[in-house]
Design a protein around this ligand. Structure first.
Ligand code: NAP
Length: 391
């Protein structure tokens, strides 16, 4: 969900391009060849072990040579297959579980038998409401209220993430799936209490800190169960639209998103840049996770959710028909999230869908991850030890 212009709430001229950021785009290794392939960063398609997990469609990928709009429409009309596997004996964490994609993913996990579902939401009240909705939507599990837990977390601050992790560790000994989904898009420059621009804080830095601090629990899970747990990030193919020239002489993407955006806000550039940094974080975590954890990242496609809630009425007027015609439902988008969280090892380090643009610039990725790492280390010295780094 990108493509809103600055603070005037008018879709940018680049609107349609941005909308298609979240598309399952064509590529030389297009999914159209097979309905059950995951594209990894080396762009080699791999056949997944269970064809019902990650599939762009039941009939193959989009026909070749479609315009961007037609391609969007096609993807809206051909959502991924709904996963039907069982999550019994699985303890699952979903961040941002109260609405949008996170809620729909939580609903799938619960209806597919999760043995413990942990809702990481901003407030206890939101969590309780979400829990009630889940119980009422899955009547067959109405007696399983005690399998749903709520742990509040406000990703606006590092301290909330740290306290969330300690509550999580008292809540469970093992964690099979961590779906790191929470995120936002802002129409204007806003700062989190940490001083970072809010989307940088929420979507990137707090998510990164949570990912690092979850690693010991995930490692323990592997040790205790012998089964590799999953950490799945939610990102967007929008990272592919971020243009390096926007950085000008700035070498730090993080500083561009902080200082550059403070000076001259651009909602679209901010959203896309945040997605690029998110990919750098993902790569850093893949590297630091160790062999016992499967880490991947998914794009749900362009979906109808609450993501644009802070944008003005005019923006919603523009977006409504586009959403209606070209967007997937949140339920359809969540299929990719849930499928991504059960990939076998061949999914490790992979992105559902393509890695693109700057994300293939390994130097920039490494430098950006270093900057994120520095920011985390200031607030939480544990990250160094967890990632096994001494620098
Ligand atoms: N929709 C799309 O087309 C699309 C495409 C690609 C990627 N994505 C990504 O998918 C993820 C989910 O987005 P969505 O579309 O489902 O949007 P959404 O409906 O707005 O849901 C976002 C979730 O993140 C939570 N969140 C935001 N700020 C938070 C904070 N400071 N602390 C804790 N939780 C916070 C929200 O909680 P509250 O309700 O309490 O604010 C909400 O649960 C995001 O990371 C988004 O960038 C979306």
């Amino acid at each position: 969900m990108a493509g809103f212009r600055k603070n005037v709430g008018i879709p940018s001229s680049n609107q349609w391009n941005s909308a298609s950021n979240d598309l399952y785009k064509q590529s030389p290794h297009s999914l159209r060849d097979s309905p059950s392939k995951l594209l990894l960063h080396n762009l080699k398609p791999l056949t997944m072990s269970d064809p019902n997990l990650i599939t762009p469609t039941t009939t193959g990928g989009p026909p070749p040579n479609l315009s961007q709009l037609s391609c969007l429409r096609w993807t809206a009309k051909h959502p991924p297959t709904d996963p039907t596997i069982s999550f019994s004996n699985k303890t699952i964490l979903v961040t941002g579980a109260n609405t949008g994609l996170g809620f729909q993913a939580a609903l799938k996990y619960f209806s597919l038998g999760s043995s413990k579902l942990i809702l990481a939401v901003r407030t206890l009240e939101k969590g309780q409401l979400t829990k009630s909705r889940l119980l009422s939507l899955v009547p067959s599990r109405s007696a399983d209220a005690d399998t749903i837990s709520i742990i509040p977390v406000n990703l606006d601050t590092f301290s909330s993430v740290i306290s969330f992790i300690s509550q999580l560790e008292t809540e469970t000994q093992t964690l099979d799936i961590a779906l790191l989904n929470a995120g936002l898009g802002n129409p204007t420059y806003e700062e989190a209490p940490t001083g970072w621009e809010q989307a940088v804080q929420v979507n990137v830095l707090s998510a990164a800190l949570m990912a690092v601090l979850l690693l010991p629990l995930l490692r323990r899970t592997f040790y205790l169960t012998g089964k590799k747990p999953h950490m799945t990030f939610v990102n967007s193919n929008g990272h592919d639209k971020f243009e390096k020239k926007w950085l000008g002489t700035e070498t730090s993407l993080l500083r561009y998103l902080q200082d550059g955006m403070k000076k001259k806000w651009d909602a679209e550039k901010s959203y896309l840049g945040v997605k690029v940094v998110g990919m750098a974080v993902f790569k850093g975590i893949v590297k630091g996770a160790g062999h016992g954890i499967i880490v991947d990242v998914v794009c749900p496609g362009f979906c109808k959710t609450d993501l644009g809630r802070k944008f003005g009425a005019l923006s919603h007027v523009f977006m409504a028909p586009m959403m209606a015609f070209l967007g997937r439902t949140a339920e359809e988008g969540a299929r990719s999230l849930v499928s991504g969280s059960v990939l076998t090892e061949e999914g490790h380090g992979g992105f559902w869908f393509l890695f693109g643009g700057l994300v293939t610039d390994e130097k920039l990725m490494k430098r950006t991850w270093e900057k994120v790492f520095e920011a985390l280390r200031k607030d939480c010295s544990d990250v160094e030890g967890i990632l096994g780094r001494k620098d």
